[in-house]
Design a protein around this ligand. Structure first.
Ligand SMILES: Nc1nc2c(ncn2[C@@H]2O[C@H](COP(=O)(O)OP(=O)(O)O)[C@@H](O)[C@H]2O)c(=O)[nH]1
Ligand SMILES: [Mg+2]
Length: 242
């Protein structure tokens, strides 16, 4: 085996999963294939966030096939932000990456993110969508959200909530504790806190595909309201409390 084939020494990968029985096996199999040729040492954390379908049983089986794969379970469901926090705070290696478990991203593009990190020495390499495969109203909603984050926090990125990122673990260890649970604010919160702590963020285009199986939850009203509450809470804390 050629030891120089690897692009990175140690990498933690995690996938947030909510009712992904039809997608998760393919997602993990693809990721393992990529990791075997990309990282010398790696782990995959599968975060089951109180799924109501067969996801828990499937995750258990997958984790029994490979000692590098672990399942973290929330019961009941806490939300996307909470799932991301479980992944970020339980990852053990110096670099952490995550993406969706529903097949909407191509995990092999992690190689591009690693290359970009090496070229720029960034602390966070964050994706932006090269053509996001969701309905137009969702793209407009995201742009509005992105403007609110720019207006309130001065953070300007191409896609505030693109679900593919590579992060130095040091960022997670050093920024103030992440608080978002239910809503989509977690991605903004992470970037706002990382930028404020002086970490370098660079962006890279990633492919996006339509969801072919399962259901998206990001457009539910309670999820959107929770996101706005988190946004206002952090803005208030940043500006008015010590
Ligand atoms: N843990 C957790 N993951 C979720 C939740 N909702 C969605 N996800 C996962 O987060 C990823 C993105 O969710 P999705 O609903 O497809 O959002 P979209 O791609 O923006 O439409 C997928 O991998 C989902 O399984 C949730 O409540 N908890
Ligand atoms: Mg999705």
């Amino acid at each position: 085996m050629n030891p120089n084939k690897y692009q990175i020494d140690k990498l933690s990968v995690f996938f947030p999963c909510y009712n992904e029985e039809k997608n998760i096996t393919t997602t993990v199999n693809k990721a393992v294939k990529v990791l075997e040729n990309t990282a010398k040492e790696w782990e995959i954390l599968l975060i089951d966030d109180g799924s109501k379908d067969n996801t828990p049983q499937i995750l258990k089986k997958i984790s029994q096939t490979n000692k590098n794969i672990t399942v973290i379970t929330h019961n009941p469901n806490r939300g996307y932000g909470a799932a991301l926090k479980s992944g970020l705070y339980n990852a053990k290696y110096p670099w952490i990456t995550f993406t969706d478990s529903d097949g909407q991203f191509d995990f092999s593009e992690i190689k591009k993110l690693i290359k970009k990190q090496k070229a720029t020495q960034a602390d966070l390499v964050i994706g932006f969508y090269k053509g996001r495969k969701v309905a137009l109203y969702r793209i407009l909603g995201s742009k509005l959200w992105q403007f609110a984050v720019f207006f309130l926090f001065g953070l300007r990125v191409k896609d505030i909530d693109c679900g593919f990122k590579l992060i130095r673990k040091k960022v997670i260890d050093e920024i103030p504790k992440l608080e978002s649970e239910r809503g989509p604010f977690i991605s903004s919160e992470l970037l706002i806190k990382a930028k404020k702590s002086g970490f370098k963020i660079v962006e890279i285009g990633v492919s996006h595909f339509s969801r072919t199986e399962g259901e998206a939850t990001g457009t539910k009203l309670n999820v959107i309201i929770a996101g706005f509450k988190d946004l206002i809470r952090l803005w208030y804390k940043t500006n008015f409390s010590k």
